[in-house]
Design a protein around this ligand. Sequence first.
Ligand code: G6P
Length: 369
Amino acid sequence: SELEKGGYPHFMLKEIFEQPRTLRDCIRGRVSADGKHVVLSGVLDNKERFLDAHRILIVACGTSWHAALIGKHLFEDMCRIPVEVEYASEFRYRNPVVSDKDVLIAMSQSGETADTLAALELAKEQGAFVFGICNVIGSSIPRATDSGCYIHVGPEIGVASTKAFTGQVTVLAMMALMLGRMKGTIADEAFERVTRDLHRLPELLQEVLELDTRVKDLSKIFTYAKNFLYLGRGYNYPAALEGALKLKEISYIHAEGCPAAEMKHGTIALIDDDMPTVVIAPRDKIYDKTVSNIQQIKARNGRIIALVTRGDEVAAKIADYVIEIPEVCECLSPILTSVPLQLLAYYVAVNKGRNVDQPRNLAKSVTVE
Ligand code: G6P
């Protein structure tokens, strides 16, 4: 109802704007302000299972699968555990190798996705320790797992997932920090730097949301594009996939997410002045490489919207349009970069008169195959 939308025209916009609060709820009681402690009881209570794990498998669908890809980076970076991320629908039908030395994480906003539930049941039968990261309390996946952790972002009504994605990545970051400390694979200095940034996420998100008018203006320029390309590298490659998915889901414009460097092996053939490219280029370890990718697009007359760290002068000069995000630890940057992309998809869809909260052919949760 109109009342439930809290004055916003759509649930999706309301949920995008809720993110400073939902992330505060997500980290409440779990992350200390001084950066010294991160505690998730579901992890603490099962410390041995996590420490014994030879591998972490994450199964998910849709937006949750994109969050899982960021989880792979986080766990491998901070905990030195090999991680495999799989579409639940592929995993469950391909006779996967699973053992009691595996921890399987089922990532699902609704906790009801049929393929994800089936994938976790299969892994459980083969002895894996199964852990859920879900939003809906008491849903099927949390009931079927050995343990888990809620993202606590409140009900998500818009079919296009927004606040659940940022909540999932936040929980994965908390888990990686905790496990990294338990295993001794993360230095105290790095642990505290990331944890302090985690604690600052609500205020950083608030700053990102001030980009609303800027993104709304940009959306007008790009509403009539037939195709969109989203590029990112490292931690922001999954953010590029998620940006493209948001646009596809609600505006019905074809969009493709691609690792920025992989573009030259095929996708670059599509670039011309008709196809806008969104490049996620925060100041990180591979920033210089991303800048050369931007130059490659420019050389082919592509139009570029670049998401850069505030104060950037290099990428910003080459790109046609710039969206500036606040500085944050590289591993948390997709939480910030994904938000302007949610807004971009939202405004393009509104400009096209689409049914933003209930896009055609899509369901909020896919409980049957
Ligand atoms: C559906 C929704 C997506 C969602 C996916 C996985 O396809 O439309 O937005 O990402 O299911 O849902 P889950 O609840 O398991 O995260």
